[in-house]
Design a protein around this ligand. Structure first.
Ligand code: G1P
Length: 303
């Protein structure tokens, strides 16, 4: 068991699916994974790993795909680079990547064909075995200055409510519901029971504007549910459809709202990527001030 804050959590394994092709971010993602695009000084996926570490996760399985090996390189030691930095007295530049010292271990497996998020999570079955686990989507950062503790709170809710699944949700504008998995809450408050959920509904089908926010805790029976979930019209197995099946079979699924200061940054397209990068760069404690002045000057020139 690991102590995080003043609570003890029992879930230490997390899965980060990073197999998606990132076609909405071409040409930037032609030869590098979208999860490795920088946001400020760090690649996106490093924020997610830092968030999970803070929430008591000790083992992370990346479900990767073709062209994703730079993610493995990023979390691996590079003795040549370390030596060079040591010789020039700049060792501290890699300090925040010393995960082994922090007790965090990485494993990798591949999703061999693009068959959707549900199928990607199913690739983790052998790694997970019979323990509950976390899923954190590889293209969403939650929190700006500090990583969010939503995963820790989800784990607590999962345990307290003896749920089969706990899902983080956020409010989105009603015109955007078709971009997300949308839940139907059957209760009020920060934590609530989910009565139904549907992946990327049309506006008139959406039961709320509460969108699945890329962080989940699951009981291992999810894997059996995924195996019994059919392909959707795009030939993909949706994770949302597998959760829906669990619900229909009488399992308890709870939702938890992100708190007001836990903004989620979705790096799925250029619009959101640019906005996220600009926000993180403008608020960087070292470089932000100078950049803000520069941007003010540029805006004064009526770009
Ligand atoms: C995935 C999930 C969706 C969720 C979204 C959050 O969709 O399938 O339920 O709301 O992530 O980012 P994707 O963005 O991969 O299409």
């Amino acid at each position: 068991m690991t102590k995080t804050g003043n609570k003890t959590v029992n879930i230490h394994n997390a899965v980060i699916p990073v197999a998606g092709l990132g076609t909405r971010l071409l040409p930037a993602t032609k030869s590098q994974p979208k999860e490795m695009l920088p946001v400020g000084k760090k690649p996106i996926v490093q924020y997610i790993v830092e968030e999970l570490h803070l929430c008591g996760i000790e083992r992370v399985l990346f479900v990767t795909g073709r062209g994703k090996s730079s993610i493995e390189d990023h979390f691996d030691d590079d003795p040549d680079l370390i030596r060079t930095l040591r010789e020039s007295g700049k060792e501290d530049l890699l300090e925040e990547l010393e995960y082994e010292r922090m007790g965090l271990h990485f494993l990798y497996t591949r999703q061999r064909r693009q068959r959707g998020l549900g199928d990607a999570v199913l690739c983790a079955e052998n790694f997970i075995g019979t323990e509950p686990f976390v899923v954190a989507l590889g293209d969403s950062i939650i929190g700006r200055h500090e990583p969010s503790l939503i995963v820790k709170r989800l784990i607590e809710a999962f345990e307290v409510h003896q749920a089969s699944c706990a899902i983080a949700v956020e409010e989105v504008p009603i015109e955007e519901v078709s971009m997300y998995g949308i839940v139907k809450p059957s209760g009020e408050g920060e934590v609530f029971e989910i009565g139904d959920l549907i992946e990327k509904p049309r506006r008139e089908e959406a039961a709320s504007n509460l969108a699945i926010a890329g962080r989940y805790v699951f009981a291992p029976d999810l894997f059996e549910a995924i195996k019994r979930t059919g392909y959707d019209h795009r030939g993909e197995i949706q994770l949302t459809d597998a959760i829906r099946l669990m619900l229909r079979e009488g399992k308890r699924v709870v939702g938890m709202r992100l708190s007001a200061n836990e903004k989620r940054y979705d790096i799925g397209n250029f619009e959101s990527y640019f906005e996220t990068f600009v926000e993180f760069a403008l608020t960087d404690p070292v470089y932000g001030r100078r950049l803000r002045n520069h941007v003010k000057e540029l805006l004064g020139e009526n770009l």
